[in-house]
Design a protein around this ligand. Sequence first.
Ligand SMILES: [Mn+2]
Length: 323
Amino acid sequence: MTDDRALAEIIAGIEGYDSFTLFSHVSPDGDTLGSAAAMCILLEGMGKTVEIVCEDRVPHIYQFLPGVDRVKLPQDAVGYECAVAMDCADVQRFKKGEYLFKNARYSMSIDHHFTNKGYADANLIRDTASATAEIVYDIYHELDKPITPEAAVCIYTGIVTDTGNLTYSITTPKSIRIVAELLENGLNITEVNRRIYRTVPFRKTRVQGFAMSNMQLEYNGTIGIATLTVPQMERFGATSEDCEGIVDMVRDVESVRVAIFIREGRDGTYKVSMRSKECADVGKIAKRFGGGGHAGAAGYTSDRPLSTTIAEILSAVEAEMVL
Ligand SMILES: [Mn+2]
């Protein structure tokens, strides 16, 4: 199906139904929440009834997004006529909300993950978009609806969080043009950036400092590895959300080509996150261990002891690295 045809189907779905359940994925990020919130503003502006559903609670840093205080857990949702998945590459991303999605009269998927196979009745998948929020921006234009100041904050948040503040390779001239247009319409980027990047809980700064000072370098400094156990996190009163970004700090060390961060979960398993500077396909490695992701960023869950998990991932990365 052509992209024009897919967009036309999405527009027909928006115009044809009166009530919508929007889905953000498990472990919600700025794009899945920003694009769902922007979509919610658009639909409500058209007089529709809308709810947003997510398996997990909205992380502290995204609670400033307009409307996300209304995000419901799947068990609290009504389940409206039309289900719309925002930034969800597959149905596993809904977790418990999957039955709601499948029971809707009509379903749509709006996404930019190239792995999205089109599981809905209508699928608008653009892997050239830096963020799903960029596609929502296009939907506003297609419907000729003005982007309200609230919607601008949501779209901007989706784009900047998925592009590493407009610096990752997925950033396109179009991403920056959209941001420029939002700025022309009065978006306060200083304020939004302060909320996303410069409003850090003290416990987060402390637990990240702890993880960094215990970081190890392996294989001539080309692999960086940081770990955190539950007791270590408890020392700082830190949650899993406070550990976001540690793997990126490991990646940023000059000699590091592949970064690994291993965090113990409450259930005793270990969450392994990886980043690669184009010298090993970490998505391939993660897949071998039952996880997923891209060549540059991927992860999986290990139910082996910590020492075994470290040994396994180090040898897998070493075997995969091309320096
Ligand atoms: Mn995204």
